[in-house]
Design a protein around this ligand. Structure first.
Ligand SMILES: [Zn+2]
Length: 111
């Protein structure tokens, strides 16, 4: 059974959050119900750049993650277009995403 994809958001390095130990916190987001190209970070979350409440972000510069298990993209505020963090969509993969892509979408290979 394929597991459902899981979406995470990691905020960019905060300039005014002061010190925070260790890694930046990442938040699990609900998957958007409609694919309108943006996802809300939560009703009470404000954009660190323009301060809009209930900030929505859209992804750009999509890539396969270093660990080959997820898609990552930069997250931009839909109001001010500033870079606010990173989105990571973890999906089920058989052989790692790069290999899956080669198998599923690649041309037939002759050995
Ligand atoms: Zn903004």
């Amino acid at each position: 059974m394929a597991k459902k994809p899981v979406l995470y958001f990691t905020p960019r390095d905060g300039e005014r959050d002061g010190e925070r130990d260790g890694e930046r916190e990442r938040t699990r987001l609900p998957l958007p119900e409609r694919d309108d190209g943006s996802v809300s970070l939560g009703e009470n979350v404000c954009c660190p750049s323009c301060g809009v409440r209930g900030v929505k972000v859209s992804g750009g510069n999509k890539r396969i993650s270093q660990d080959d298990l997820a898609y990552e993209s930069d997250a931009y505020c839909t109001s001010c277009r500033e870079f606010v963090g990173e989105l990571r969509l973890e999906v089920s993969t058989l052989f790692g995403l790069r290999e899956d892509h080669a198998v599923l979408y690649g041309r037939c290979r002759v050995y």
